[in-house]
Design a protein. Structure first.
Length: 301
């Protein structure tokens, strides 16, 4: 009797270059959090964040592989190409962050006081965390939009930059809540409003692209995104000028780090982090604006 199950399985989901990259992601992710959970250990917010990154990325990768292998993704009411491209970029950023944080806070060359076995497990976990980042970065490289190719918006440079912009904004928010004293001046509160507004709108753009609902909007989504990106550039320019003045000018703040500031709990450190990533996001929005002139949205891929 002829089998009826074969045609429903997509072997290219695990044999294509992208499929192999995803299998490696699943293997490296599982190995990393298994080593940490078994003997490497983790603690505090930094360790919890790393474990969340590895388990979250592993779970979503398994979901993507399963959906593509069984073709069940065609039953989902989302733009699958946009979803996978957005997740690959997000996972790349999260995994590289965890690959830096975990060895920075948990790996040491000497065996004392944790013991040689725990040290070796932590070193091995750090190596596989680095390999996990490489695997996700490889998927981004393989699935990115090529010149002249019709592809999903999130696979374009502009779409990928949206994920990076939102991720950088999360870093800024983390520094803001870490005793940054942003409520001291109205001007710094304006900067927080800029970060919040741009983050929310960027997430909305990504959400509409991933859900494939852009065609249902009553306004031209493509043009609106370009206009928003231009507005975001202007808003970030204002924040890039205002924040350093009200944090590091001697009239309002401190040009140098106070000597009595405790390490890890110093408002000046948080203000410096915010200033640096404000300029990073400004450059990302400028690059986004430049690339957005050369692409067209395809919401149904």
């Amino acid at each position: 009797m002829e089998s009826t199950g074969g045609p429903y399985l997509n072997t290219a989901a695990v044999t294509s270059p992208v499929g192999i990259a995803r299998l490696l992601q699943m293997m490296f992710g599982c190995t990393t959090f298994s080593l940490v959970a078994h003997q490497g250990g983790f603690s505090a917010a930094y360790g919890t964040f790393c474990m969340f990154v590895w388990t979250f990325c592993f779970a979503i990768t398994v979901f993507i592989i399963a959906c593509e292998f069984t073709r069940l993704h065609s039953c989902l009411s989302i733009s699958w190409g946009n979803f996978t491209a957005a997740f690959a970029m997000l996972a790349t950023l999260m995994s590289v962050t965890a690959a830096v944080i975990y060895p920075l806070y948990f790996v040491q060359l000497s065996c004392y006081p944790i013991g040689c076995e725990v040290r070796d497990f932590r070193i091995a976990a750090s190596v596989f965390a680095g390999l996990l980042f490489v695997a996700y970065a490889t998927e981004v490289f393989l699935t990115r939009a090529k010149p002249g190719q019709v592809t999903s918006y999130m696979a374009t440079v502009s779409g990928l930059l949206k994920i990076v912009q939102a991720f950088v904004a999360c870093i800024i928010f983390g520094a803001l809540v870490n005793d940054s004293q942003y409520g001291k001046y109205v001007a710094t509160q304006w900067c927080v409003a800029v970060y919040s507004f741009c983050f929310v709108v960027t997430v909305v753009v990504v959400a509409f692209s991933v859900t494939g609902k852009t065609a249902l909007l009553w306004f031209p989504f493509e043009r609106s995104v370009v206009v928003y990106t231009f507005g975001a550039v202007l808003l970030y320019v204002s924040a890039a000028v205002i924040w350093p003045v009200f944090c590091f000018d001697s009239k309002y703040g401190s040009p140098q780090r106070p000597g009595l500031c405790a390490k890890g709990r110093c408002p000046w450190d948080s203000q410096l982090v915010i200033a640096i990533f404000t300029y990073v996001n400004l450059l990302l929005y400028v690059a986004d604006l430049a690339y957005s002139q050369r692409i067209r949205f395809v919401s149904h891929l």
